[in-house]
Ligand binder design. Sequence first.
Ligand code: FAD
Length: 601
Amino acid sequence: MTLHYLRSLAFLLICCQLVPGAILFNSPDDLPQDVEYDFVVIGGGTAGNVVATRLAENPEWNILVIEAGPSNEEIFATRPPGIFHDLLKTRVDWNFTTVNQPGLNGRNQSYARGKMLGGCSSHNGMVYTTGSRDDWDRWAKVTDAEELSWDNILPLIRRAERFVLKDSENQDETGHVDPSLHGHTGNLTVTAPYVAHPFDDLLIKTTTELTDEFPYKQDMNDGRPIGISWNQFTIDEHAERSTSATAYLARTGGNVHTLINTFVKRVLPIGNGLDFRKVEFMDAQGSSRKVVAQKEVILSGGIFGTPQVLLNSGIGLREELATAGIKTLVNNPSVGKNFTDHVAVLVVLPTTLPDTDFDRDQALAQWNHNRTGRLIIPNHLNNLIWVRLADDAVPFGEGAFIDPTGGGKNSPHVEFSFSQISIHPPKTTVDIPDLPPDSNTTTVQMTAVNLHPVSRGSMSLNSTNPFGPPLIDLGILTEDVDVAILREGIRSLRRLYSSPSFRDSVSDTVLPAANVTTDEDLDAFIRSVASPWLHGIGTAAMSPRGADWGVVDPNFQVKGTEGLRIVDASIFPDLPSGHTQAPTYGIAELASSMIAEAWND
Ligand SMILES: Cc1cc2nc3c(=O)[nH]c(=O)nc-3n(C[C@H](O)[C@H](O)[C@H](O)COP(=O)(O)OP(=O)(O)OC[C@H]3O[C@@H](n4cnc5c(N)ncnc54)[C@H](O)[C@@H]3O)c2cc1C
């Protein structure tokens, strides 16, 4: 052991917190002075930690991850699935607020984003869905990136996954999922836990009564998510959330240094002026510091953090940058544009079924004791429903609207997600309307979600404070087809509950009121209650090399730059027919292989 090595080790022990895996630094002052970083990853979130971990498999490479938030290790609520709502609007949530939304009758919305190691993966609802075959094939076509096709991405999604058929209660989920469709040796644990409730049996029975509209789907991750399925989650077999921090970063060695509580301001060019390998960040006192990546910078700040760093670096639309007093280095009008998100509407129906309420303290004690009980799942009901509207459904009739799924028959238009059965309002991650004042009865509470909105929004810098919260315009429901699809979704839900199975136990909706049935009334209801579903994407979209739109090339490189790639959900050109974390893990695995390959040659 050399003297130099011993000195370095002593230095590390004094200055930083040693946790299994990456070495954690609380302040830039603590970073060792004698380490040159090959890669600097901005944002230790869902995708960033995957990239850091995969690159660290080469022991010759040193990686620095810079994360604005704290370590996930400090935050207990990241662990029991059933209390994840406690994380919202806390210091580990960016808790953005959008500008007023014309499509929502002028209402603004809060918009959660994880701010800690693991990013949203430490703070999300844990639902695990890959999207449909058609989604990925369409993206491959739009971006000219054959690597994104379903057949090519699936092995990478599976590479990330460690599917376990038993949950913490040792329940066997055979029949709820098809294990052959899953990866079993990856980092991220996926299980299909459930808390049995009589509602489940009735719901599954409807698949034999209304088979055309609601077939049984044994595994929603088979590339064709249409029908009634059991849920799957990024929860391990000990009922703990599995994240990019716990499943990836925590398993790295000493060649990953993680600097937490540190905000990155921008990237700066070196050399020829387009090589953006210098990263400027703020220390706790607000002073600027810089670090240079020897090989590349990977920007993984998420849908708002990533374009904010780009814009502050002079990469964006010239006129917009000028307004913020920023010199344009790369004129790219697409930065921060093309934002889209699923759109959710709360639907509530009175029921005589038993409620799903429970004593939280008792449930927490049980979870702490043996990882069983009500907190092993995030919500209180166990299924998801995926509906593909008929080709001649009203929104598409007489050519009124083009089918936003691109006509792919494997993609649903609408998802129904169950929250709870209760007299109390649901805990949700988004702003929701009050329950009807006269509904002092137990209700089934669920959400109808438009999976393929065509409306587009944007994020831009707040010119008076470019490093503060950006201006977020969701552009939600600015296109009528998006409302029309939700309208048909609510009608579909009403059909579900008028099935023989539910007829005796669930009555017509109280939200929307039962007499809200015409197109006009339903549309007005939707605009008065809809909210984003926190699956935003697209603000640094991938496009073909040489395209006159988009922010990154198919190799994740920022157009017009060198040494700078983006790897996170902002690169998706469009939404998947499902939740966004599994696709994010998939593209992070893909990008990691590309980067490693580029430097291994
Ligand atoms: C409340 C909630 C519930 C959700 N539920 C689900 C679900 O059940 N299933 C599902 O599939 N998806 C869900 N999602 C969406 C999904 O989690 C995200 O789409 C995905 O995880 C995004 O990953 P990312 O890598 O793009 O960004 P993130 O995971 O957000 O990572 C970005 C990281 O960069 C950091 N950062 C940003 N700016 C800076 C800066 N300037 N300097 C330093 N660090 C910075 C952030 O703090 C963060 O850690 C949910 C999201 C939320 C918010």
